[in-house]
Design a binder for this molecule. Structure first.
Ligand SMILES: Nc1ncnc2c1ncn2[C@@H]1O[C@H](COP(=O)(O)OP(=O)(O)OP(=O)(O)O)[C@@H](O)[C@H]1O
Ligand SMILES: [Mg+2]
Length: 347
């Protein structure tokens, strides 16, 4: 049967686990199920599994609620345990390149090579010189990756794909939009923001910054000496701010200004390297994209058009199974799980 060839996209964030499942049909991708479950505070930190049992339980019950039968999941990792590095090499054959990477990787990666899983992709972007090529190197700490694999195995899941957040995000965008041009993807999660500049299917610049929407919650919590949950409710608007409004606004302004500065740094880097091709737009995703007015603020601050990403605009879904309003609401933070769920099962 068609449709059994895609992975279950499992995005294990520090705030919540997000799951997407698609089926391929004659008319394109069909969204079978999606959902999100909060994780206990600290269960995932800087991309590392701190409380595997709690995360396993959250995933298990979410899969059960969504009635997902397939066991083949795709995950992505991020944080300090992953290094993305673009290197420029002389053009060489596939076999030669593989040997070169494995013998020379040590000089590019700040970890012991025996402690990492190593992968790479020849981007075939040479710039001016035809005898050179850019190669994206990816190194991920084995113990961290193995921790995820074991946790998932403990609940009967088979991990068939380990991706990197930045590339899953890129895939999500490329599956959704056929747009040409160079685009700045920014995913603002709870504890990190991922900045990725893409051009014609390749990543020109990818970076994680330890900023995210959790900063807002923590500052609101500190300011009013309230619980994390109460601060979260004030932040998301679930609770009326009342006389706290002005202080909360100040927290939003100062923090989102820091976010904008990180984005500007990436844009400056881009503009100095690719002065001829201005960025087409900034595409915003992650739970942080829900901050009211953030798109307008970023657009004014960077001078680049901003849109909030909806990874489901080009797919079909059953309105009776998935509430369209919920789908619209949850869309920005499903970007990475969507990017994973649209990857074919590699074996
Ligand atoms: N309306 C809102 N305004 C501001 N922040 C919000 C809003 N709604 C949700 N968020 C925040 O978005 C974050 C969750 O987003 P997301 O699911 O993308 O994060 P994550 O993937 O779990 O985290 P990370 O990628 O950083 O590990 C939480 O910090 C949550 O409070
Ligand atoms: Mg995330």
């Amino acid at each position: 049967m068609k449709g059994q060839n895609l992975t279950i996209g499992l995005d294990i964030g520090s705030h919540a686990v997000k799951i997407c499942e698609f089926k391929e049909t004659k008319s394109g991708l069909h969204l079978m199920s999606l959902g999100s479950a909060r994780l206990p505070d600290g269960a995932v930190d800087d991309g590392e599994l701190r409380d595997p049992d709690a995360v396993a339980q959250a995933i298990k019950s979410l899969m059960k609620n969504l009635k997902i039968k397939s066991k083949k999941v795709g995950i992505s990792i991020s944080g300090y345990s992953v290094i993305l590095k673009k290197i420029n090499l002389a053009v060489m054959g596939d076999k030669e390149l593989e040997e070169h990477i494995h013998s020379e990787a040590e000089q590019y990666i700040p970890f012991d090579i025996s402690e990492v899983y190593l992968d790479y992709q020849d981007l075939k972007t040479s710039g001016e010189r035809e005898d050179r090529t850019d190669v994206m190197l990816v190194a991920a700490k084995k113990d961290v990756v193995d921790g995820y694999l074991e946790m998932l195995k403990s609940i009967g899941l088979k991990t068939v794909l380990v991706d990197v957040d930045a590339f899953a995000l890129e895939n999500s965008f490329e599956v959704t939009s056929k747009e040409e041009g160079n685009i700045l993807l920014v995913d603002i999660g709870s504890s990190k923001m991922n900045i990725n500049i893409i051009s014609g299917g390749a990543s020109l610049f990818a970076r994680d910054v330890a900023f995210g929407s959790r900063q807002l919650t923590e500052q609101i919590q500190d300011k009013f000496d309230i619980s994390f949950e109460d601060a979260e409710a004030l932040k998301t608007g679930a609770q009326e701010p009342g006389d706290k409004q002005k202080d909360i606004e100040e927290i939003f302004v100062s923090t989102t200004t820091l976010w904008a500065m990180e984005i500007t740094k990436a844009i400056d880097f881009y503009n100095s390297n690719f002065p001829e091709t201005p960025l087409l737009k900034l595409v915003l995703s992650g739970g942080g994209a829900r901050v009211k007015g953030l798109d307008t603020f970023f657009a004014e601050d960077t001078g680049i058009p901003v849109e909030v990403f909806n990874p489901f605009v080009a797919v079909t879904a059953d309105d009776k199974k998935i509430d369209p309003e919920y789908l619209q609401y949850i869309a920005p933070e499903m970007a990475i799980s969507m990017g994973l769920a649209t990857r074919p099962i590699p074996f």
